[in-house]
Design a protein around this ligand. Structure first.
Ligand SMILES: Nc1ncnc2c1ncn2[C@@H]1O[C@H](COP(=O)(O)OP(=O)(O)OP(=O)(O)O)[C@@H](O)[C@H]1O
Length: 299
């Protein structure tokens, strides 16, 4: 079971928004779909959902094309949130659940479970417009998962949430994955992707520039980060061979080095110069990788 996007292109007139994209999204995983503004993420989501047609190529779920007969297997949190402001939360979710073919009593049961999980049981009978933006977003999330979809697509699920609510939603996403849901989500916040995703794809101008497992992507990037805190001036490291980036920070510096062995040379160069409080070699962050691979249009 997996989502297959096979040689998919989407053109709007002469503009190509998605350019011959082929990826397979593994089942029961959380897959990160990343890219700068305008890279083609939402367009891809809309094609997966069948809201717009691909100009070329096919998209399938478990080897079946996605159409009206199986679209209930998918849940979608759109980037442009859309709830009915005048409806009560309960009426809103019952309405959406019924559209998905559910019975009212099952919808209410599921809704109460989610309201409890999100700590907003008191809003069941409130109108959507009376809720804060963050709480409305939780209701929108509930509307995407109420029918227990096999595949859940979340477009920027954490935007506009405070840190406590980000954690609540992250936990909900991880729990759904553990229960067997396949999840694809887009985010501009690399730390969320790093924490949640085992697999990811970074898009640029409609094409994937990085694609695979997070571990493998980090390993193959080659460069590493070196964090040094010392009570003497470290500026001389900037011109060392193998040092790609140098950033001065309050307690020392952060270096990007082009291979692991350079850390040994840096270590030797520091000897006898004074007291070193920290010397740590770390994997590149996803943010480093994103900026190098897709940063051009992000800046
Ligand atoms: N209906 C449309 N007609 C014309 N161009 C469109 C249409 N929908 C999207 N585009 C263009 O396609 C490109 C990709 O847009 P898309 O919304 O998929 O990007 P995105 O990666 O989701 O960006 P963001 O991070 O800003 O949400 C953009 O240049 C956008 O202007």
């Amino acid at each position: 079971m997996s989502l297959k996007i096979n040689q998919v292109t989407k053109r709007f007139g002469s503009f190509t928004a998605v350019d011959n994209l082929s990826i397979e999204i593994p089942e029961k995983q959380i897959f990160g779909f990343l890219g700068a503004n305008g890279a083609g993420k939402t367009t891809t989501f809309r094609m997966i959902l069948g809201l717009i047609d691909a100009t070329e190529g096919e998209i399938s779920w478990n080897d079946n094309p996605i159409n009206y007969s199986n679209s209930d297997l998918i849940g979608y949190l759109p980037e442009e949130r859309g709830l009915y402001p005048k409806l009560k939360v309960v009426d809103q979710i019952v309405y959406l659940g019924k559209l998905r073919g559910m019975q009212k009593k099952d919808i209410i049961h599921e809704l109460r479970h989610w309201l409890e999980l999100f700590r907003i049981t008191e809003y069941e009978n409130k109108k959507v417009e009376e809720l804060s933006k963050g709480n409305q977003q939780k209701i929108q999330f509930i509307s995407a998962v109420i029918h227990k979809p096999e595949l859940l697509i979340l477009d920027e699920p954490f935007s506009g949430l405070d840190p406590v609510n980000v954690e609540l939603l992250k936990k909900a996403v991880v729990d759904l994955k553990e229960q067997g849901t396949s999840i694809v989500f887009s985010s501009h916040r690399m730390e969320h992707v790093e924490e949640l995703c085992e697999f990811l794809c970074i898009m640029q101008h409609g094409k994937p520039v990085v694609h695979g497992s997070l571990k493998e992507i980090k390993r193959s990037f080659g460069k590493k980060n070196l964090f040094i805190h010392a009570d003497f001036d470290l500026t001389f490291l900037e011109s060392m061979n193998g040092v790609v980036k140098f950033k001065k920070v309050a307690e020392g510096c952060e270096l990007q080095i082009d291979k692991e062995e350079v850390s040994q040379q840096v270590f030797e160069a520091l000897q006898g110069k004074g007291f070193i409080r920290k010397f740590a070699l770390e994997e590149p962050s996803l943010n480093d990788i994103f900026i190098e691979k897709a940063g051009e249009s992000y800046e």
